[in-house]
Design a protein around this ligand. Structure first.
Ligand code: CDP
Length: 226
């Protein structure tokens, strides 16, 4: 049985839903590392700060972010305030990849992620989990899907939350974030050599969860229906 499962991939590939589903099925801790970057981004937005500022340490020293399991999801707490809903806004979507480019930010969040991930058997999702945060993970998955499919999923998600954003703007944001995330200097989004690639464009969530679960428990070859 695999103890630490890393799931990386671009926005809208289905990471969060799939990672949560796999964690639930295995009884493992689910860790959404993007939520940490999002919470920090909300802090920057509120303070009107640019992620490129020179004295970043001073800003980071006044930030306390924690993730708490709540029901099926994760409650995100920023300096004592529940920001779970606020970190999913289009404003945060627009700025988060710029904050995540900063080496200072990544170093700051690395320790938090490793401590949480190694505290229990876990399913950890993000962009650099298999490559940088948990290179020792015993199962690595790289989830992807066609950009149009990813944008459509994100658009549905935003609409369900009451955000009436234009589909084309969502696609543009996804493509921009893909570009920044994949080309940044520090810990870019890329498939680890030993990761299993899964294209979710034409798979249901249940099929993807089943595939990863099967790989985690070491049964069959991960083909749906095994
Ligand atoms: O949910 P979605 O895939 O859109 O994004 P997320 O997982 O919430 O992550 C938001 C952003 O944080 C990403 O676009 C990355 O810029 C950054 N991120 C990162 O750099 N490294 C991670 N491990 C997780 C997120």
């Amino acid at each position: 049985m695999k103890q630490h499962i890393a799931i990386d991939g671009p926005a809208g590939a289905g990471k969060s839903t799939v990672a949560r589903g796999v964690a639930k099925k295995l009884g493992y801790l689910y860790l959404d590392t993007g939520a940490l970057y999002r919470a920090l981004t909300l802090h920057f937005l509120r303070k009107g700060l640019d992620p490129g500022i020179p004295n970043l340490e001073n800003v980071l020293s006044e930030v306390n972010i924690s993730l708490e399991s709540s029901g099926d999801g994760t409650k995100v707490v920023l300096n004592g305030e529940d920001v779970t809903v606020l970190i999913r806004s289009p404003e945060v979507d627009r700025m988060v990849s710029r904050v995540a480019e900063s080496k200072g930010v990544r170093d700051f969040l690395r320790g938090i992620q490793r401590t949480l991930a190694l505290s229990k058997p876990s399913v950890v999702e993000g962009r650099d989990i298999g490559t940088v945060i948990l290179p020792e993970a015993d199962l690595k998955i790289f989830l992807t899907a066609k950009p149009e499919v990813r944008a459509y999923r994100r658009w549905l998600e935003l609409r369900a939350r009451g955000n009436t954003v234009d589909y084309k703007r969502v696609l543009k944001n996804i493509l921009e974030r893909d570009m920044i995330d994949s080309s940044r200097q520090h810990a870019p989004l890329k498939k680890a050599d030993d990761a299993v690639l899964i294209d979710t464009s034409f798979l249901t969530i249940e099929e993807v969860i089943h595939k990863i679960y099967t790989l985690a428990v070491g049964e069959g070859n991960g083909r749906c229906g095994d």
